[in-house]
Structures are given as structure tokens and as C-alpha cells.
Design a protein around this ligand. Structure first.
Ligand SMILES: C[S@@+](CC[C@H](N)C(=O)[O-])C[C@H]1O[C@@H](n2cnc3c(N)ncnc32)[C@H](O)[C@@H]1O
Length: 309
């Protein structure tokens, strides 16, 4: 397959990361790297896809570019932020934030609630998907569950459900009359989500709406109804999600957004892909928004937590 290194291809590639045709993206990256391992555009796409293998990553025990390229064809999986993902080994506690070294990552993993049997099963099933690395880690699931508990949220909004782990975690902390509205455009991935929500006895608390997240949000009345919103879908959409979510949050409601450090790439001015620029804009806008008080926490791949005034 020919890969055009010029023109707007870089942004197109970034956009593809969250599209259903991601295997095509991986094939393009693989082909290009065989031809031109140092191509800046492809390194950017790899980073946006969470497939970075920089010198730093190699030092942290991630595969070198060549090994990663060799493995791509056999569907290896790197977790969010480029962490090694152990396919077929449901002990996803091995995954850790790019901000932690292995020793500290393991220490923390040993001191947070471990996934229960059903969550382990979901992690295992997801690990066989090509895009398994999009799944949140168990520490993050535990943190989301904790947020629902401490806030007493009864109505939750999620944008980006994938195979359902974050919704499963948050819905499990809801009271019986609580509800979670889940937005995702993938029928295929959310079919897995539905199965696990059902097994957990939470299906009647989760209202899944398939379609573009921004369109689904715009179709909801523009009035405060949610106590907690979790944004975890396409990164170019983050600024629009912010604008659409805030009016729909109750006063005192919490907004949580994942991947707001993008494996540290947000701080690198030479990185200007659409996806990174959108997250930077989101980070700027959330802090200048008078309706919100926000914190950017160095947790996971960067977690922004804000409260509506
Ligand atoms: C990072 S994954 C979400 C991970 C999930 N929160 C979990 O716990 O595993 C991103 C999800 O966003 C969805 N997505 C991407 N772009 C979208 C869009 N424009 N509208 C709705 N969903 C979208 C993808 O289908 C994918 O399932």
C-alpha cells in the first residue's frame, strides 16, 4: 500500500485512529515505517495512536520501533500511552501510566482495588481486539467508581464507551434509581459492552445511544441534567464536547476528561496534529471557562477533573 508522506495526510491519520478502519491505519504505519523509519509524520501518527516507541519508551521497556513494526502484523497491543499490553493475560494491572516507572506502577497497582471476576473477563475479551489499548486501566476504573461514590452522582453521561469498562465501573457505583447515558458510534465494540453490562445486572441502568457523540449530545435538551460527565471519545472532538456538556451539567456536577496529556505530547510544541491541537485547545478552554473550576491531574494519560459552579 502506498503512503503519501506529504500534504494533510498526518491529520487524516490522526483522525483514523478512532475510526472503525483502524487496522488499515496500522497497516499504513507498518508499511511506511518499513520504508522510512524516521518519518516525522508517521512518528506523530504513531504517538497519536498510542503506539509511540521513542528512546524514552525503549528505556521503559517498550518495544523498539523495529520490533514494534515486526509485531504490528501479528496484532500486538500496546496499552494507552504506549504501554505494553499483555494480550490473553487478563492481569491488566501490569498496564501503567506513562508517568510511572515499572516499579512504582506495580506498587500502585497493588494498592488499588483489583478488577473483579467479570471485569477481568471483559479485559480478557477486549485484549483480543486490535484496539484493546483504548480500554481504560483498572486503576482508572477504580478511580471513576470512587468519583461516583464520593459525588453521589445519580445521572451520568459518558462519551466514548468502547467495550464498556468505564461505564461498567461507574454504573456499578450508582444507586438503584441512577442512570448512565452512554454515547458511542461503534455498534461492534458496544455489543461487547452491552453483554458485560447485562451480565453485571446493570443493563437497565445504562442507556446506550449509538451515533456521533456531538450529534447525540446536541439532540438532548440544553438543560442541566447530569451530575457527572466522562469524556473519552475522539480527541479532535474534545473542544466541542466541552461546549455541549457544560450546559447539560448540574451545578456542582463533575466533568472528567481522559487523555489530556496525550502521553506528554501536548507539551511538545513541534507536535501539531489535529488531535493534539484539539486537546491543547480543550485544556486552555476548560481553565478559562468561568462556569468551571478545573484541575489537570497527572494521573493515567492525564485526567482533567472540573466542577461546575
Ligand atoms: C478510548 S475509547 C473509550 C474507552 C472506554 N471509556 C473504556 O472504558 O474502555 C473511545 C471510544 O470513542 C468512540 N468514538 C470515537 N469517536 C466518536 C464519535 N465521534 N462519537 C461517538 N463515539 C466516538 C469509539 O468508538 C471508542 O469506542
Amino acid at each position: 500500500m502506498d503512503f503519501d508522506h506529504t500534504g494533510p495526510k498526518r491529520d487524516e491519520v490522526s483522525r483514523l485512529v478512532y475510526n472503525a478502519g483502524t487496522s488499515e491505519l496500522l497497516a499504513e504505519i507498518q508499511h511506511c515505517e518499513v520504508v522510512c523509519a524516521n518519518c516525522h509524520r508517521i512518528r506523530t501518527a504513531r504517538r497519536a495512536a498510542g503506539l509511540s516507541a521513542t528512546a524514552d519508551d525503549t528505556a521503559r521497556g517498550l518495544p523498539s520501533d523495529n520490533r514494534a513494526v515486526a509485531q504490528l502484523g501479528s496484532a500486538p497491543r500496546l496499552g494507552r500511552g504506549g504501554r505494553r499490553f499483555k494480550s490473553g493475560q487478563p492481569d491488566a494491572m501490569a498496564r501503567r501510566s506513562f508517568l510511572l516507572d515499572e516499579q512504582l506502577g506495580e506498587y500502585i497497582a497493588a494498592h488499588v482495588p483489583r478488577p473483579d471476576e467479570l471485569e477481568q473477563e471483559l479485559i480478557e475479551e477486549t485484549s483480543h481486539l486490535e484496539m484493546a489499548g483504548m480500554q481504560i486501566g483498572p486503576e482508572q476504573a477504580a478511580f471513576l467508581r470512587f468519583l461516583v461514590k464520593v459525588s453521589g452522582a445519580r445521572r451520568i453521561l459518558e462519551i466514548g464507551s468502547f467495550t464498556g469498562y468505564s461505564a461498567l465501573a461507574m454504573a456499578s457505583a450508582l444507586s438503584e434509581d441512577g442512570t448512565l447515558v452512554a454515547l458511542d458510534r461503534s455498534e461492534e465494540w458496544t455489543a461487547i459492552a452491552r453483554k458485560y453490562w447485562d451480565k453485571a445486572g446493570l443493563a437497565d441502568r445504562i442507556d446506550l445511544r449509538i451515533g456521533d457523540g456531538a450529534e447525540s449530545l446536541a439532540a438532548m435538551p440544553e438543560e442541566p441534567t447530569f451530575d457527572l460527565a466522562f469524556i473519552d471519545a475522539d480527541k479532535p472532538g474534545y473542544p466541542a464536547y466541552l461546549e455541549l456538556v457544560v450546559p447539560r451539567l448540574n451545578a456542582g456536577g463533575i466533568l472528567v476528561a481522559d487523555n489530556t496529556l496525550r502521553h506528554g505530547v501536548v507539551a511538545d510544541p513541534s507536535e501539531t496534529s489535529e488531535s493534539i491541537e484539539a486537546v491543547r485547545r480543550f485544556n486552555d478552554e476548560i481553565f478559562s471557562d468561568d462556569r468551571l473550576e478545573a484541575q489537570l491531574l497527572p494521573l493515567f494519560d492525564g485526567l482533567t477533573v472540573a466542577v461546575k459552579q
